[in-house]
Design a protein around this ligand. Structure first.
Ligand code: PGA
Length: 252
């Protein structure tokens, strides 16, 4: 049985006081390790303060992005070592907003994956098709390519450190969730691709979470699917009650 992961991606939201207040409430409510791994991904500016609040709690911290180089003249960028230093255990890599709005290619993401894993960060590796790709029937092809290219030369040992996040681009921030069966179909395909194309013997244990308009109302039916092991939550993860509700529903 895979322990579900419920992660909140705060994107470009929350000041330091807002992030700290949320983290304090979360720590109070989920003070003991439970049936779900809880992750929050604050903006860079709030990482350190959130880490200080969550010290000694079972809640994990993720960054939303990173650069692949260790250091150097890369104005505005943050390295994996800096994220570890700030208290991160996870890092989101390849979010569709990074791919679409900031031109991140599979090749760049592959470099980020190598750098993250080398620093001991656990990547939450995002993949997903656009509406156009879904409608033209190329969803599986796109997903397979994103996995093969993004994870080029990643060793089996490293694959065990990765959580995959299937996020259909058309479902992000739109209020349109993939139906549980639509999501399950792709999650199953992702698991098969990890087993067959990456030749990973333990794909049955890989965490594959769903993202795209997840809320407390649709969490239960998504989590009922055999290959859905949690959620990457955007909008509903900004609101404490909604996020806590999603966690509660995911606890079995
Ligand atoms: P959403 O975002 O829950 O607001 O759709 C999900 C995400 O972008 O990870």
């Amino acid at each position: 049985m895979i322990k579900p992961v419920i992660a909140a991606n705060w994107k470009m939201h929350k000041t330091i006081p807002e992030a700290v207040a949320f983290a304090k409430r979360l720590k109070e409510k989920f003070s003991e390790p439970g049936d779900v791994d809880i992750v929050i991904a604050p903006p860079f500016t709030a990482l350190r303060s959130v880490m200080e609040v969550l010290k000694g709690s079972p809640i994990h911290i993720s960054a939303q992005n990173m650069h692949w180089e260790g250091k150097g003249a890369y104005t505005g960028e943050i390295s994996a070592a800096m994220l570890v230093d700030a208290g991160c255990e996870f890092v989101i890599i390849g979010h569709s907003e990074r791919r679409a709005l900031f031109g991140e290619t599979d090749g760049m993401l592959n470099k980020k994956m190598h750098a993250a894993l080398k620093s001991g960060l656990k990547p939450i590796f995002c993949i997903g098709e656009t509406l156009e790709e879904r409608e033209s029937g190329t969803t599986f092809e796109i997903i397979q390519e994103q996995i093969k290219e993004g994870l080029n030369n990643i060793t089996p040992n490293d694959i065990s450190q990765i959580a995959f996040a299937y996020e259909p681009v058309w479902a992000i921030g739109t209020g349109k969730t993939a139906t549980p069966l639509q999501a399950q179909e792709v999650h199953r395909f992702i698991r098969e691709t990890i087993a067959d194309d990456l030749e990973y013997a333990h794909a049955s244990e890989t965490v594959i979470i769903y993202g795209g308009s997840v809320n407390p109302e649709n969490t239960g039916s998504l989590m009922d699917q055999p290959d859905i092991n949690g959620a990457l939550v955007g909008g509903a993860g900004l609101d404490f009650e909604s996020f806590a509700g999603i966690i509660r529903i995911s606890e079995r």
